[in-house]
Design a protein around this ligand. Sequence first.
Ligand code: PLP
Length: 220
Amino acid sequence: MSIKENYNNIKKQLPSTVQLVAVSKTHPVSAIEEVYQLGQRVFGENKVQELTEKYPFLPKDIQWHLIGHLQTNKVKYIAEFIDTIQSVDSEKLLREINKEAAKHNRVITVFLQVKIAEEETKFGLEISEAEDLFKKFVDGEFSNINITGLMGMATFTEDENVVRKEFKILKDLFDDLSKTKSLQTLSMGMSDDFPVAIECGANSVRVGSAIFGRRDYSQS
Ligand SMILES: *Cc1c(COP(=O)(O)O)cnc(C)c1O
């Protein structure tokens, strides 16, 4: 199937209330332009270097989301233009984003990435850490960031029950935190599990290979 067919096929499956983040990592500028021409404006990349290499060649009304682990020393390269950083997994990183955003007179939108998968994953906050960070934000500690959502990844498994259970953990946290200050975006679901994620309450999904085709993992 072509990128256009893939894209239209995914769009058909998404309720109008669910945002699509087209994950373009490992795919060339030309492929991103193709999806842009179909009307897509929100794209996700997981590496700073790859994003900053592609960014100059693409339309400026693209809203870029960073969805991969971000090292604090790289925040400065994206602070001027990044729309949303979905992968905040430490207080140190949050502080650095706040600092760099201030330098550019911006308020950067961020999501807290929470560890929900049963499998050992390297990145993501524990639930208690996410609660603590959110409290500090609500108490006004960070003037140049706006925490508006949560992001999570389920275990890579065929067992839908496991995936459902993990998504539900994040949805519960989302509802819970929203009682103090309402959150807007629950980002969960990728090419293989986005329909389940939406059933579990996701209103933003991050879809890569189902649009752009399989990635060549030797390069990613
Ligand atoms: C790569 C990636 C995706 C998209 O994965 P696909 O399976 O290609 O849809 C979503 N979220 C994150 C954090 C990713 O790194």
